[in-house]
Design a protein around this ligand. Structure first.
Ligand code: ADP
Length: 474
């Protein structure tokens, strides 16, 4: 018998994406299918979504959803069974998914996403045994099931990034349509305001986060971002399930974005991709190419990396950076490239195709995150023989085996981990990588071990399905 599940998310690959959340939401339906879960995905009807819904059926009409007219449309789009919340007042606008063209949060974000969460809870009623909501934008779906609708769907809230709590002024509470009792420590109240993630974490039947180590870390003040209390209270219902990547999209033996396809037995073919990366980033000379594919933010440790750029070049390494984000960090990488022409190249922006080429051509990928719930780029790196050099935190700690002497001897090492995100330790980790890079057979062994690591959804799909089954008492 199959389990019907509704996944409610503010972004989904390949339709709308700002980060890993979209990748995960896009991958879950096919990851769960082999285990008897039929997953439908609900997203806001942004223009990029509505363009794909022309053949869809109207399944629900809301004359007044938090002050706006809205409809639910359901159709099959790019392999997904998709439900779009069509509401032009809330979602048809220029700018980003969450921010305006100037990068400022939309002032009505609470309304934009409470509408999504509430419609998710409403549509799940009688249709879906499982309601799975992602991050603060959808988490309140669990609160609506618990406090308002009281129907039988079991709810799961997944934390992809705790740094975004979705906290709003207490004055919006009456507009949410929740019973007054829900504005409570044991409810949606969060530091005097309304916390959308908090409300979801409190109300959900199960809470998951995207790696076992992050599930432990968020119990601590350093990583809990003010949620450590609620996480501790829910501890027996918190699970860490590591993300996978779509191994059909990320397949070096088939990837059309590569200049030269390869596999673990033909690693020498990576050389063509390496040349293409050199060209794309105007790199010259010799030396290992370290790459970055990332939001340029402090979370990702990009300030620390910018501070190490000179040291990396002095050690003989080269650096190719693809990313965008914090204006100061973008400027810092541009300045580093200007100081070291031919050794450091920077592309500010988002470029899916180039990101594939970099994974297939660069020697190592840097992920010096201060915290990292799971991280996807290191998984792509492993699969493409682009050896990760990363901070020992969250999913990075769970998915990379450090190349210490014992792991090298046992032939299980897949990358380089360091403990504290500071310039000294990042530089030392890059130096360790360069030392092994200078020994080609050893480096090749690292690459091959990484390429053999299981970065697919197989194991994690099974874990989510098992959790769903437990919740519905199968
Ligand atoms: P986060 O979700 O915190 O940004 P993840 O590592 O979980 O970080 O996921 C980021 C995703 O976005 C990965 O699929 C990565 O390849 C992609 N990505 C990030 N920045 C860029 C960029 N500038 N160009 C192309 N892809 C990018």
């Amino acid at each position: 018998m199959s389990i019907a599940a509704l996944s409610v998310t503010s972004e989904v690959f390949p339709l709308v994406k700002t980060g890993g959340l979209a990748d995960v939401a896009g991958a879950l339906p096919s990851a769960l299918k082999p285990y008897g879960v039929a997953m439908t995905t609900m997203v806001p009807g942004y223009p990029a979504v509505m363009r794909e819904m022309s053949d869809a059926e109207v399944v629900r009409v809301y004359p007044d959803l938090f002050g706006a007219e809205a409809r639910l449309l359901r159709g099959h789009v790019r392999g997904l069974d998709l439900v779009a919340l069509d509401c032009p007042t809330l979602y048809t606008r220029d700018g980003g998914l969450y921010v305006d063209a100037a990068g400022k949060d939309w002032p009505d974000n609470w309304r934009r996403f409470i509408a999504l969460a509430c419609a998710g809870a409403d549509y799940a009623r009688g249709r879906f045994a499982i309601l799975h909501a992602h991050d603060w934008q959808a988490a309140m779906a669990a609160a609506y099931v618990r406090f308002t609708f009281g129907h039988s769907s079991k709810t799961v809230v997944t934390i992809h990034n705790m740094a975004f709590p979705g906290r709003f002024e207490a004055s919006i509470f009456p507009a949410l349509g929740l019973p007054a009792t829900a504005f409570d420590l044991e409810g949606v109240e969060y530091y005097g305001g309304v916390g959308f993630l908090k409300g979801g974490l409190w109300a959900a039947d199960a809470v998951t986060t995207v790696s076992p180590t992050y599930a432990e870390e968020i119990l601590k003040t350093k990583f809990g971002m003010g949620f450590e209390g609620v996480i501790a209270a829910r501890k027996s219902s918190v699970y860490g399930i590591v993300n996978g990547i779509d191994t059909a999209v990320w397949d070096p033996a088939r990837d059309p974005a590569l200049t030269s396809i390869f596999d673990s037995e033909t690693l020498e073919l990576r050389e063509e991709n390496r040349l293409a990366v050199e060209k794309a980033f105007a790199l010259s000379g010799k030396g290992a190419i370290f790459c970055v594919v990332s939001r340029l933010t402090e979370q990702k440790g990009m300030d620390v990396l910018a501070g190490c750029a000179d040291a990396l070049v002095a050690m003989g390494g080269r650096l190719a950076v693809l990313g965008s984000g914090d204006a100061g960090l973008e400027a810092a990488f541009r300045a580093a490239a200007a100081r070291h022409p031919g050794r450091i190249g920077v592309r500010i922006g988002y470029d899916e195709k180039l990101s594939h080429l970099m994974q297939g051509g660069a020697d190592a990928i840097l992920v010096p995150s201060r915290f990292e719930p799971c991280g996807l780029t290191q998984l792509c790196g492993l699969r493409y023989g682009c050896v990760p050099v990363a901070a020992r935190t969250g999913g990075l700690a769970d998915t990379i085996v450090d190349a210490n002497a014992a792991a090298l001897n046992a032939r299980v090492a897949t990358g380089f981990l360091f403990d504290e995100v500071n310039e000294e330790q990042l530089t030392a980790a890059m130096k360790r990588a360069l030392t092994i890079y200078a020994d080609p057979p050893l480096w090749r062994a690292l690459q091959i071990q990484g390429m053999k690591a299981d970065v697919s959804w197989v194991a994690s799909g099974r874990k989510y399905a098992a959790l769903y089954e437990r919740l519905i008492g199968k």
